[in-house]
Design a protein around this ligand. Sequence first.
Ligand SMILES: [Zn+2]
Length: 88
Amino acid sequence: MKTTTNKTAFIPKMYCSLFGHNFKVTKQVTYHVKEYTCSHCKKQLTTNSNGNLIELTPKFKEINAILERIHHSRMERIQRKAITSSVY
Ligand SMILES: [Zn+2]
């Protein structure tokens, strides 16, 4: 008699469907937009412009990359302005 305890069938995706995803912030794009990855099944989510969580598709990855660039250049400008205003 063979007992087939098929542990390999217990894939992370199944774990997530039973216990829910375990999302961790993997990237802070802007103050409001973050990217999340599930530590079990590697599913990726992001925050959209309405503040809702949506699946991180390649298109949203592109949008986030642009947002990140804008956000960083804006931050740099603010920091530079802060330095110059403290000098004068
Ligand atoms: Zn998951």
